[in-house]
Design a protein around this ligand. Structure first.
Ligand code: AKB
Length: 316
């Protein structure tokens, strides 16, 4: 990775990945792009930034040529709950952006990363220790776009020798930028509300387990996978990764260790609850560990401690 173009750089993952990549590869070697340009974001102010609507391949091509890009990290996409509310928009944006980015990778011989998700699994997938290779028949539009993305990644690798790589991210928890429109977003909201109100009404029900991971581990996973030797990679699109399998009451317990008066209640959103129930409880990440050394550093307790410290620093 020498000249990296990131799409969707202002999103939850992009905003932290951009900062980490600029630090590691140099400010002049990371081109952050997004469809909007807020003046107050460090993604915009602290390095190269360009407006890019990923459905516009002409503009994408212009930027790739202008900056002599050699790697594309394609993050622009709608998350699960929004995609379920706007399925046609989700198909057009998630698949339209992805095929444009893959075409650019083919034409300019770029290294390529795009995230898949635990949303690529469905109700027929084994729920516990979900294997790397298993049934993938999702019941959401988000899942349909994620499975299609995995297949396209493999297709471009096998047919055109594009160096495509991907991971199936679980819910990502971070203090920097809020996620928007995901099913796992409750796991971020709960920390904000724990500090603001010492209480939280969860839109995901008690006993609903999903995989989660702290943002520093997600950023490290992308860098580690992109730096791995190509010959090591058998299951490229996409590796199961996760750091913990947790239900709302597990967050409650972890938060109570720091804020004893914290009170968890439930106000379940039927749409997001049904999406959550169609996803695994806990996925098996051993293939990612074996092929490129995936090894997350944060468990629930360590993450909770850090989240609360960082949010307090932000004045929450
Ligand atoms: C979502 O909830 O949509 C995302 C995901 C797990 O892909 N966080």
């Amino acid at each position: 990775m020498k000249k990296i173009l990131i799409t969707g750089a202002l999103g939850q993952l992009g905003s932290e990945l951009t900062v980490a990549l600029r630090k590691k590869y140099g400010v002049d070697n990371v081109i952050a792009t997004d469809i909007q340009q807020p003046e107050d974001s460090p993604v915009v102010t602290d390095g190269l930034f360009e407006i890019l609507d990923v459905t516009n391949i002409v503009r994408m091509k212009e930027l790739i040529e202008h900056y002599s890009v050699d790697t594309i990290i394609h993050l622009a996409a709608l998350l699960s709950a929004v995609a379920e509310a706007k399925p046609i928009l989700a198909w057009n944006l998630n698949m339209g952006g992805l095929i444009n980015a893959l075409e650019m990778a083919r034409e300019y011989d770029l290294s390529f990363f795009t995230p898949s998700s635990i949303g690529a699994f469905g109700p027929n997938t084994p729920k516990d220790q979900t294997p790397q290779v298993t049934i993938q028949r999702p019941s959401t539009m988000y899942g349909v776009t994620k499975v299609s993305g995995e297949l396209l990644g493999d297709y471009y690798h096998q047919k055109f020798e594009v160096d495509t790589r991907s991971v199936r991210f679980p819910g990502l928890i971070s203090y920097d930028t809020l996620p928007g429109g995901g099913t796992t977003d409750y796991a971020v909201d709960i920390y904000y509300e724990a500090l603001r109100k010492q209480g939280y009404a969860s839109f995901i029900d008690k006993g609903t387990y999903m995989d989660m991971m702290y943002m520093p581990d997600a950023v490290d996973a992308i860098i580690q996978l992109m730096e791995a030797n190509s010959e090591q990679l058998v299951h490229r699109n996409a590796y199961n990764v996760s750091a913990m399998s947790v239900a709302p009451e597990d967050f409650e317990r972890a938060i109570k260790a720091h804020i004893p008066e914290f009170n968890l209640t439930f106000d379940v959103d039927p749409i997001r609850q049904s999406i959550a129930e169609s996803w695994p409880n806990a996925i098996d990440t051993t293939v990612a560990s074996k092929e490129w050394g995936f090894s997350p550093r944060f468990n629930l307790e360590k993450m909770t401690e850090d989240m609360l410290i960082q949010l307090k620093k932000k004045g929450i």
